[in-house]
Design a protein around this ligand. Sequence first.
Ligand code: SAH
Length: 202
Amino acid sequence: VALLQEKGITDKHVLDAIKKIPRHLFLNSSFEDYAYQDKAFPIGAGQTISQPWVVAKMTEALIENKIPKTVLEIGTGPGYQTAVLASLGIQVFTVERIDELLRTARPRFRQLKLNELIRSKHDDGNLGWAENGPFDAILLTCAAPALVDPLLMQLADPGVFISPVGTDANKQILVRIEKRDGVISEHDLGSVSFVPLLPGVM
Ligand code: SAH
């Protein structure tokens, strides 16, 4: 938490949420000792757990004006970001295309007693989760070549959509989209590096 504060994270809700969720539970045992470093690590299936600063930054951008009641997260991965959101009392709907990762993440949600706030499904996140929308906020935790339209359509009004955009890992931008009174506005939050949002085939 001190490291995140040094790196510019100021939102008290975010810092408290990070403090509450033990990140070592979300890593394979070989990386457990490094869990509190501000680094991304492999989690299997060619995927990674995001760097804590990225999780904090995205969460901060998501709750900037008001903590949303519902969030759709695409890319559950190890479930760390999901747990951070749920610890803020948010009802989280999370979609992951690699079943093995979801099967590893779910027991962690139960262990932290956050399972009632989290609904997860194995599916292609490009489609969102229409039957539970519209969502107060949407968080994409992998990079898309451009804004994903079906997701934008599942965003409530008012609503906030946080998305890494770009195909080249060194040239991705984190974008914050706000929908208000039918008008979409866009702000860049700086450069990031995410694994790609994979295409629809499961
Ligand atoms: N939220 C994570 C990081 C996720 S890594 C954290 O807490 O650190 C990105 C995840 O997006 C990977 O698990 C990857 O499998 C998933 N992903 C990629 N393409 C996807 C798609 N089309 N639908 C759902 N999940 C996808």
